[in-house]
Design a binder for this molecule. Structure first.
Ligand code: SAH
Ligand code: SF4
Ligand code: F3S
Length: 470
């Protein structure tokens, strides 16, 4: 395996775009507008990748549809983080044999993190013959070529060779929203937390040049975008692999300095690398959302060591205390794993006590899922499943009661929100901290910032009354 980042050249990109043109021309000659359906699983990285897949499909003449039924191309952009995620994909993939039978010529593609695992690729080769094309995240930029090969050849196409990873600028992109945008600032991960598959399927950490990121942000803001979320598995190590001397805090400050009315958020921050400089930078600009997703995974220092997280309970708590001291209004969220191999009842209690001490606004909770090829998959795991489930239920109950209390404390507060859509009869909006607020108001408010006074709260969301435009 090559260990260096490959930068895709303009000539390579042009070659790919030429495939799009050829495909579009062939459809045009037939006088048909073909339809494409892209289904996305997993995290925001995959959402961002799907926007590129849709961009490539649009450039190749496809119109997007929201069902696999009757689509000429179906793309499943998959997630490998837990077994459950993979089972769902295999189930839905199986069902596509029927849609394919009903629509002659339907071509089925599987990409994303599952396609980066040898075991999965083998299974697709032997048991899922109706899948026409498979490509891992490293090969996304070659999707035009893969699509062309599948449409013109008789053989199934697999672009799954492992590599350190590449950076491709300038791929077509079809964004889901003009109001909010994902901007990937880096790809891959070098952390190798012992439970996690991501470094194996997304390759080594590599940062985009700051000039490219800033140009993309400027263009988005000029086009009316009001909220940018910077993406990376560990945004705090941004820039370490670049020739330029820049870290994540510098990049954040430069983005916040762009003129315009917008907010910038980011995820995910690894607690090891989250620095005082980062928290001070966040506090210094009204354009940086006071929201932090800081996954702690476990409240036990012994478990954290076994997870290879490179911080302990106390350093984590110190960082949270500092962040809250400089940003009293900070909305804090996190990820936690229950039932890591060898987690004792006492160590689980430490996780609960950390949650009580920090009081997160909300948590993403997971039961440990062994992933083939990761060190934790072969660690001794004596805790019965029923016990893990019971721990999980206790943890969720605790977090729900905290979320409910925190939400209740919002009542009567006046919050500035970005109105982003409508759900049934009510407008939906997000506070600076990322909380969902529903309120009655005119459709013309969609796309604007306005103030809402909170009148009601549940565990998951807030309701309010429109105060004034702002
Ligand atoms: N890069 C991010 C996390 C990405 S994965 C970070 O380091 O914070 C999102 C979450 O999935 C992780 O934070 C972890 O809580 C969970 N996760 C990852 N692998 C898992 C596994 N094997 N079993 C259960 N949960 C897992
Ligand atoms: Fe996975 Fe750890 Fe990397 Fe996050 S930091 S993606 S949990 S290996
Ligand atoms: Fe899943 Fe890949 Fe994201 S494994 S969580 S889609 S990086």
């Amino acid at each position: 395996m090559d260990t260096k980042t490959t930068v895709i050249s303009q000539a390579q990109l042009d070659e790919q775009l030429a495939y799009c043109d050829k495909i579009a021309a062939a459809w045009q000659q037939k006088g048909v507008t073909p339809k494409a359906y892209v289904e996305t699983y997993g995290c925001q990285q995959n959402e961002a990748d799907s926007e590129r897949i849709r961009g490539i499909l649009a450039q190749s003449g496809y119109a997007m549809t929201d069902t696999a039924e009757g689509a000429d191309v179906v793309v499943m952009n998959t997630c490998a983080i837990r077994e459950h995620a993979e089972q769902r994909v295999f189930g839905n993939l199986g069902a596509l044999t029927h849609t394919k039978r009903r629509h002659e010529g339907q071509k089925i593609f599987l990409c994303g993190c599952m396609a980066g695992q040898e075991v999965v690729v083998k299974r697709l080769k032997t048991s899922y013959p109706h899948v026409d094309g498979v490509f891992s995240t490293h090969h996304l930029w070659q999707f035009p070529q893969i699509l062309f090969l599948v449409l013109t050849g008789k053989k199934r196409v697999f672009f799954v060779e492992d590599e350190a990873g590449s950076i491709a600028e300038g791929l077509p992109q079809k964004r889901d929203s003009s109001l909010k945008a994902w901007v990937s600032i880096m790809y891959g991960c070098n952390n190798f937390c012992t439970y996690c598959i991501v470094p194996y399927v997304r390759g080594r950490e590599r940062s985009r040049k700051s000039a490219d990121i800033l140009a993309e942000c400027r263009q988005l803001i000029a086009g009316g975008c009001r909220e940018i979320t910077l993406l990376g598995q560990n945004v705090n190590s941004y820039g370490k692999d670049l020739d330029e001397s820049i870290d994540f805090s510098d990049l954040l400050a430069q983005i916040a300095a762009i003129e315009g009315d917008f907010l910038v958020r980011f995820m995910t921050s690894h607690p090891r690398d989250a620095s005082k400089k980062l928290f001070d930078t966040m506090a210094s600009s009204p354009k940086i959302a006071k929201q932090l997703h800081l996954p702690f995974q476990s409240g036990s220092s012994r478990v954290l060591k076994a997870m290879n997280r490179h911080y302990d309970r106390e350093t984590y708590l110190e960082k949270v205390r500092y962040a809250k001291s400089v940003m009293p209004e900070l909305v804090l969220t996190s990820d936690v794993i229950v039932g890591f191999p060898g987690e004792t009842a006492e160590e689980f209690e430490e996780t609960l006590s950390l949650i009580e001490e920090v009081r997160y606004d909300s948590l993403f909770t997971f039961i440990f899922s062994p992933r083939t090829g990761t060190p934790a998959a072969t660690m001794e795991d004596p805790t019965p499943k029923a016990e893990k489930n019971a721990r999980f239920d206790r943890l969720c109950a605790l977090q729900n009661s905290i979320s409910e209390q925190i939400h209740r404390d919002y009542i009567s507060k006046r919050l500035r929100c970005l109105v982003d859509g409508k759900d049934k009869e009510l407008l939906t909006a997000r506070t600076e901290g990322g909380r969902l607020v529903r309120f009655a108001g005119d459709d013309s408010l969609i796309g604007t910032y306005c103030c809402v006074t909170v009148t009601g709260a549940t565990t998951w969301s807030l309701t309010g009354e429109y105060s004034e435009e702002k």
